[in-house]
Design a binder for this molecule. Structure first.
Ligand code: SF4
Length: 358
């Protein structure tokens, strides 16, 4: 039987629009030459404690090719704190948590934004800078929180709780953001909830973030049952056992963790808050209760801090790899678009958050 491959008319229109605007480029050489070794040596020095020397000859040609193509294409790479060290330290132009990446996406003046993160982050970049070509190296990079709720769910919540403001975590689809009053991230959720001056607020979809916010404010918080599949796996017993085995260990947690985990933590904050805490306090031993690439990424510039690493990987973040980033820049794929009718309303919710004064 012959397999017939079809191309939709939408795909054909997109390809022809991109071909009009951007010149085709050849796939660069991926040979590990002396010149590539020399040029990438300063980058290897940044990651040598977390990337074995034997792996560098495979990574270095991709890193050089990506950095060259970024200039050629006038592209910028935004990478989340959970990306692997070779992406975070060697090809990213901007790194940060969801809020920092959203703020940087809004300001980006490159022609192309390559989002090294998950799909909702790329959608947020497109919402805030709609004239740019926004690419994600793997369209399947999703998020269990974003998948936990739909726009129809939010409409039902509004019917059930009329007049109650809806604060939506950025880890949601544009469709869900469009049904919301404002977005929040884990670094500004309390401020956003209190910005309404109301006694009750819906804080969706992360149940644990909502419970954490409720401990920090007098506003009554109504939650949804969404969870991050990475943070919900940590337990208080596991962390207490690490503490007992490592005297002086400081436990630094993300607010997407279950409440019993947050109760045993020495500090709780967004990924940028966690990084700031380690840089400022320089604990002798630290355990970051979050996706495990983050410890590798900050180990490079916090010598003297020993990281104890229970490893919970985000399978969605880990879909982004150097070969896929290179493909993305060569072939200009996969483009992230948002229906204009949804985008206008979703953008309002994100912009209200970004413009909120601290
Ligand atoms: S770590 Fe959790 S919240 Fe972040 S992208 Fe992965 S599943 Fe989503």
């Amino acid at each position: 039987m012959t397999e017939i491959q079809t191309t939709t008319s939408k795909e054909r229109r997109t390809a022809s629009r991109l071909a009009d605007k951007f010149q085709p480029v050849e796939m660069p050489s991926l040979e590990y030459t002396d010149a590539v070794a020399r040029e990438t040596e300063p980058l290897y020095q940044k990651v040598k404690d977390v990337i074995p020397a034997i792996e560098w000859p495979v990574m270095a040609p991709y890193i050089k090719a990506i950095n060259d193509l970024k200039k050629q294409r006038n592209a910028v790479i935004l990478a989340h704190n959970y990306q692997t060290p070779e992406i975070f330290h060697c090809v990213a132009d901007i790194v940060g948590d969801s809020l920092q990446l959203a703020q940087e996406a809004a300001k980006a003046d490159a022609d192309i934004i390559v989002q090294c993160g998950v799909h909702f982050m790329a959608e947020t970049s497109k919402l805030l800078n709609p004239d740019k070509l926004v690419l994600i190296p793997d369209m399947q990079a999703g998020c269990s929180l974003a998948a936990s709720i739909t726009g129809a769910d939010v409409r039902l919540l509004r019917e059930r709780y009329p007049g109650v403001p809806v604060v939506t975590y950025v880890n949601t689809s544009a469709e869900v953001k469009a049904e919301s009053d404002i977005c929040c991230t884990s670094s500004n959720a309390v401020q956003v909830v209190e910005s309404f001056g109301k006694d009750t607020v819906l804080c969706i979809p992360d149940e644990y973030l909502a419970k954490y916010v409720a401990t920090k404010t007098d506003v009554k918080i109504l939650a949804w049952k969404g969870h991050c599949e990475v943070h919900e796996r940590f337990t208080a017993d596991e962390l207490l056992a690490y503490k007992e085995a490592n005297p002086g260990l400081e436990i630094i947690a993300h607010p997407e963790c279950p409440p019993e985990v947050i109760r045993v933590a020495d500090f709780t904050g967004s990924t940028s808050g966690m990084i700031g805490y380690v840089r400022e306090h320089k604990p002798a031993k630290a355990l970051l209760v979050t996706e495990c690439s983050m410890a590798s990424n900050i180990a490079a510039d916090t010598p003297g801090v020993e990281f104890i690493r229970p490893c919970n990987l985000c399978p969605h973040m880990k879909r982004i790899t150097l070969p896929k980033i290179l493909d993305s820049l060569v072939e200009l794929k996969d483009e992230v678009t948002v229906d204009p009718l949804v985008a206008d309303r979703a953008r309002l919710a994100v912009e209200r958050m970004v413009n909120l004064k601290s």
